[in-house]
Design a protein around this ligand. Structure first.
Ligand code: F6R
Length: 613
């Protein structure tokens, strides 16, 4: 939520900042702004996309080698020019950008107002810049000292970057519970919410820890301390090249379609080094290095949100089947606020593409405090969740830019599939021969998905038929139940059509009342088990004139015979069924959203990383 960048170096800040903001737009895109320091402080901000800001700035002369920029996902105050960042005070000599939520902002604001400060915006963020000014006025201290003192007063989540006209040649940043990474390159600094925003030349980074304060100076110095002022030695990490290529849309009109089509390669990357050539041993390091924990565990709890939660349910079905381990799947937001029973012998798995979802992070903290062994299944390397867990497996999907998750989901269930096989073997619930068969099957996935993607044209025609429907129902059973949930989520988030996913047998307990001749019902039915039962759901739907769009195996004749539209996918075992069936659902949502004229990559009201509650 919200993307922030800061630049200090020998080049003009403005183009670097705009380029960074464009790459961070997936985090929020309702308004944007920047401030550049060049003797005086120049601030430009407005509602709308970064492109709008960019067009406006063309008529401005903007030089200066130090600056900050922000792209916003509104929390406090509607998206308008005033609420856009950077924020400043009446003297207009300080500029600040913020990602996060300041929970005690009201109380801080009242105190500042009593001292004579007046506020322009409705945001929680503006309070921070006033606090900095107030502390500098009171103690005549440096900007970094003021930021240090202010960070002690703030409750909630923040990543802030601040620059001052009174102290040119430096940029000060601080963070707690919101991400901030510092790119370093030969006397230049680039700070951002995500390393993806770095210019290509930046190959090294420092991942800031909670309560860190950093000062970057024009002479090339970087001073890192904790919030007590105690100096820390920065840990500089090398960045891989892949972060750069993932950002290119190439020949594709949208990131979403590019990412859907990347899925065969994503699975190859995800399986690399985790399955040996003879399919003998699944090798998730986080598991084999902690075998005793997994052997002793009586329960696994998966915490996640949204699409990652759906992946968690797929994981539950696979792990319970193969490893006979009791798996609970919880929304992280519910887990953290009820009184979950967590034992020190439990394993708590956090699944998160971004690795920074606020609720998942908080649920994980709770699990750690209760003494559980924590395991992360994250995509973004170095993210907060991946750093906090005791062990974990990266999903290796590469940067996912489309706000609707596609390739990250497939990579999550791929890791969970391997985990199920590995745990099954470890707990002796499956034989070596069975494990080998499962591993051989999962290795076939890239080819099978490649083949599934060939139905794109047919799915586009089906989208043409149904794109004006106002509601959709998705039905699935067993491991295809979470796929029905995921299909419905994909459709609603990018096309704004109301859609619901149900376990097929649940339909007759209520949702069947919705069915009439206007209701498309997507039936996810490419598995062998439950075939007859799914067929009954299809018949019940048809009897009420619902329109059936079925996802079935190539060899199917039963369900196809009663369907209005059929999407055939390659034959596969039930173990692989969810990996294959999710693909046409992603494609269907994509084309329906396109036909409805929606912004597929940046759907309204959404942001990719949900770093606020
Ligand atoms: C939907 C989607 C979201 C995320 C959810 C969790 O397409 O992307 O539902 O899955 O916000 O995000 P992560 O996985 O980053 O924790």
């Amino acid at each position: 939520m919200c993307g922030i960048v800061g630049y200090l170096g020998k080049n003009d800040a403005h183009p670097n900042i705009i380029a960074g903001l464009k790459k961070l737009e997936y985090r929020g895109y309702d308004s944007s702004g920047l401030a550049v320091l060049n003797g005086s402080l120049n601030i430009y901000k407005m509602s709308g996309k970064v492109e709008d800001l960019c067009n406006y700035l063309q008529s401005q002369s903007l030089c200066g080698q130090i600056g900050i920029g922000h792209t916003r996902w509104a929390t406090h105050g509607e998206p308008n020019d005033i609420n856009a960042h950077p924020h400043t005070t009446r003297r207009k000599d300080l500029a600040l950008i913020h990602n996060g939520i300041i929970e005690n902002y009201k109380e801080l604001k009242e105190k500042l107002e009593a001292k004579g400060h007046s506020f322009d915006s409705e945001t929680d963020s503006e309070v921070i810049v006033h606090l900095i000014e107030d502390i500098q006025d009171t103690y005549s201290c440096s900007l970094e000292k003021a930021v240090q003192m202010v960070s002690k007063k703030l409750e909630g989540a923040f990543a802030i970057i601040v620059i001052s006209q009174q102290e040119p040649g430096k940029l000060v940043a601080a963070k707690r519970n919101s991400p901030l990474v510092i790119g370093v390159d030969d006397g230049e600094f680039f700070l951002a919410s995500d390393k993806l925003a770095f210019p290509r030349r930046f190959k090294k980074a420092i991942f800031m820890e909670d309560n860190d304060i950093v000062t970057c100076k024009q002479n090339g110095d970087l001073i890192l301390s904790d919030w007590t002022g105690k100096l820390k030695a920065p840990i500089i990490q090398e960045l891989g090249d892949h972060i750069i290529n993932d950002y290119e849309k190439g020949e594709y009109e949208h990131f979403m379609l590019k990412e859907i089509e990347e899925q065969p390669q994503v699975i190859k990357n995800c399986l690399q080094g985790r399955i040996d050539v003879n399919y003998l041993e699944p090798k998730l390091r986080g598991i084999y290095e902690n075998e005793v924990k997994f052997l002793q565990a009586s329960k696994m709890t998966i915490v996640a949100c949204g699409t990652s939660w759906h992946a968690g349910i797929v994981g539950k079905y696979l792990i319970e089947k193969l490893a006979k381990l009791n798996v609970e799947v919880d929304y992280a937001s519910e887990f953290r606020y009820r009184d979950p029973i967590i034992n020190s012998s439990d394993i708590v798995v956090a699944i998160s593409q971004s690795g920074e979802t606020a609720d998942t992070l908080a649920a994980l903290k709770m699990a750690k405090e209760a003494g559980a062994f924590t395991y992360g299944v994250c995509n973004v390397e170095g993210s907060a969740i991946s750093r906090m867990t005791d062990a974990g497996s990266y999903t290796c999907a590469g940067a996912e830019i489309g706000v609707a998750s596609t390739k990250a989901f497939i990579s999550q269930i791929c890791v969970l599939g391997v985990m199920a096989i590995q745990l099954g073997l470890l707990k002796r619930k499956i034989t070596r021969e069975e494990a080998r068969e499962y591993l051989q099957e999962i290795s076939q996935l890239p080819g099978l998905i490649e083949k599934t993607l060939k139905s794109k044209g047919d799915i586009q025609k089906i989208a043409q038929k149904y794109f004006s429907a106002s509601d959709f129902l998705y039905l699935g059973r067993g491991v295809n139940f979470p796929i029905a949930l995921e299909g419905a989520l994909k459709l609603k988030e990018i096309s704004y059509i109301h859609a619901e996913g149900y376990a097929a047998a649940e339909m007759k307990h209520g949702p069947i009342a919705l069915i009439d001749e206007n209701m498309p019902v997507v039936v996810v039915a490419n598995q062998e088990s439950y075939k007859d039962k799914i067929f009954s759901s299809v018949k019940e739907t048809k009897a009420r004139k619902g329109k059936i769009i079925s996802i079935v195996k190539e060899s199917d004749t039963l369900i196809s015979s009663e369907s209005d539209d059929v999407i055939k996918v390659p034959n596969c075992s039930d173990f692989l069924a969810p990996f294959i069936s999710v693909i046409p659902l992603q494609i269907l949502s994509y084309y329906i959203a396109l036909l409805r004229g929606c912004n597929v990559d940046q759907p309204r009201n959404l942001a990719k990383s949900v770093t606020v509650e």
